[in-house]
Every structure is written in structure tokens, then in C-alpha cells.
Ligand binder design. Structure first.
Ligand SMILES: O=P(O)(O)O[C@H]1O[C@H](CO)[C@@H](O)[C@H]1O
Ligand SMILES: Nc1nc2[nH]cnc2c(=O)[nH]1
Length: 267
């Protein structure tokens, strides 16, 4: 049973670090999900490409609830993900790794929760308001930071991610506003992915890879081609970072993630 899962974002479609990979289709109340399960370092690891292996699913159409529920069903407790981002912070340049610690949610049409009361398509028909002060698991963040430091990568131990609806990139004015609001990087997939993991009391962290300077900061036209090309260049480093981070994940969970529902339902 995989305790750890990796969710691959743009450019991360193949669990190159896993051996003996098998495919499982997990039925969830939100739909069917294809998950790959393999072995690394004597551990079973689940892998899920959030956009599908052919990058056929755009960020605003990803079935985030099915994805996270499927990993939960498999027994996953810890999720590491990658996110390709634009940078608003001149210190965070293309090719840098950013271990996210905060997020701002500007998405609009997504399904944000598992807890829809009586409408929930499962037996969790209660109302729940989880704490999200710190949206990322401190233990997973520490593992990513320790690994990035040890590998000598250009990395930033914290970063605020602004999640936009997409699929278009931002306007100059939107980036100007996000910078005032304190965002360091901008993407389109951390919301609701991180919150849904917290709602199922799973640990979640994401390493962002800067692929470009954001609109209005970059002198170039923004292209998805550039995003995928840079992610391809970084694929080896991303693989090594994930491999090393997995080794630093404590076996026991002493973070608050595992008790996220305590007090959230008003009981
Ligand atoms: O966040 P990931 O999945 O890495 O994808 C990023 O890359 C795409 C834009 O090129 C958007 O989907 C953005 O969110
Ligand atoms: N929203 C958004 N996502 C990205 N992913 C990679 N670069 C960008 C960007 O500039 N904006």
C-alpha cells in the first residue's frame, strides 16, 4: 500500500524514479482515476500525472477531487507535487526551485471541497471548515528543503503561490496586483489540490519550478512551449530532488495535517 504519492504537473508525466510500475484504476465518488504504483527505495510510491500523460487536461478541468480521493483510497498519507510557475520575484529566476509555503486562491469555477453536506456523493455528509493557515505540510517542506540544499540546487525555502483560473496566462495588470498582494510565483493548479489533501488529513507539499518571469516582467511572449521545454531540461534535477526528498520523509507523522478534521466539523 503506497504511503507516499507524487503528483506530476506540467512536464512531469512519467515516474522515471519508480521500478516495477503497475497501473491501477481507482473508482471514486467523483470519477475513475488512473494511478501508477511502483517501488523506490523499498517503498511503494503512487504517481499521478495531473494533466494526464499526454497533457490533455487543462488546469481548470482537472478532476482534483477524484485525484486526491483516489490517493486517499490507496492509503496514501503524504503527497509531494511539482508545479511549473511564472515568477514575480526577481530573486526567483527561471530554473530555480521554490518550496511553497503559502498560497493565494484566485480560481473561479472549481470544486473546492469534499464536504458538500447532504449533496456529498459519499458518507461524509457533514459540514467541515478545515484550518488552512499553513497550507503545506511542514514535515514534507523540510524534506524538500533538506534535499534541495544537499543537492546544491538553486532553491528558495519559502514562496507564496498565486493560483489563477487559467488556462490563459496573466495580464500585466494582474501580475502587478499579485505582486502587491505578496505573491512570489503564479500558477494554475495548486487550488484546490492542496486544500483537498488537507480535507482528507493528508500531508501535502509542492515544489514549484520557475519556468519564466510572469507577464509584464518577462520581455518575451509567454508560451506553454517554454514551460514544457524548461521542465524537460530540469527533469533529471526534479527526479533527483523527489528521490532524495522521499528519503527524508519521517516514517511517523507528527504534523497537524493528520488531525485536520479535529474541530473542523463543530463536533
Ligand atoms: O501547475 P502545473 O501542473 O505544473 O502546470 C502549469 O503549467 C501550465 C501552464 O504552462 C499550467 O497548467 C500551470 O499550472
Ligand atoms: N498562471 C501561470 N502559470 C504558469 N506556469 C508556468 N508559467 C506560468 C505563468 O506565467 N502563469
Amino acid at each position: 500500500m503506497p504511503r507516499i504519492a507524487i503528483i506530476g504537473g506540467s512536464g512531469v508525466y512519467d515516474p522515471k524514479l519508480l521500478q516495477n510500475v503497475r497501473e491501477e484504476f481507482v473508482n471514486t465518488p467523483y470519477g475513475k482515476v488512473r494511478v501508477k504504483i511502483g517501488e523506490y527505495d523499498g517503498e511503494e510510491i503512487a504517481f499521478l500525472a495531473r494533466h494526464g500523460e499526454g497533457h490533455s487536461v487543462p488546469p481548470h478541468k482537472i478532476n482534483y477531487r477524484a485525484n486526491i480521493w483516489a490517493l486517499y483510497e490507496l492509503g496514501v498519507e503524504r503527497i509531494l507535487s511539482t508545479s511549473a510557475v511564472g515568477s514575480l520575484n526577481e530573486a526567483m529566476k527561471p530554473g530555480d526551485f521554490v518550496v511553497l509555503d503559502q498560497l493565494l486562491d484566485f480560481t473561479k469555477t472549481r470544486h473546492y471541497t469534499f464536504y458538500d453536506g447532504d449533496e456529498s456523493p459519499h458518507d461524509r455528509k457533514f459540514v467541515a471548515h478545515v484550518d488552512f493557515t499553513d497550507p503545506y505540510c511542514p514535515e514534507l517542506r523540510k524534506a524538500l528543503i533538506t534535499a534541495a540544499k544537499e543537492l546544491g540546487f538553486d532553491y528558495h525555502p519559502t514562496g507564496t503561490y498565486a493560483c489563477m483560473e487559467g488556462p490563459r496566462f496573466e495580464t500585466r495588470a494582474e501580475i502587478r496586483a499579485l505582486k502587491i498582494l505578496g505573491a512570489d510565483v503564479v500558477g494554475m493548479t495548486q487550488c484546490p489540490e492542496a486544500a483537498l489533501a488537507r480535507e482528507l488529513e493528508m500531508c501535502y507539499a509542492s515544489v514549484a519550478i520557475v519556468t519564466n518571469f510572469a507577464a509584464g516582467i518577462s520581455r518575451e511572449k509567454l508560451t506553454h512551449t517554454e514551460v514544457v521545454e524548461l521542465m524537460a531540461k530540469k527533469s533529471e534535477e526534479i527526479k533527483y530532488l523527489l528521490m532524495k526528498s522521499i528519503r527524508y520523509i519521517p516514517k511517523e507523522r507528527h504534523c497537524g495535517c493528520k488531525d485536520a478534521l479535529k474541530g473542523a466539523t463543530g463536533e
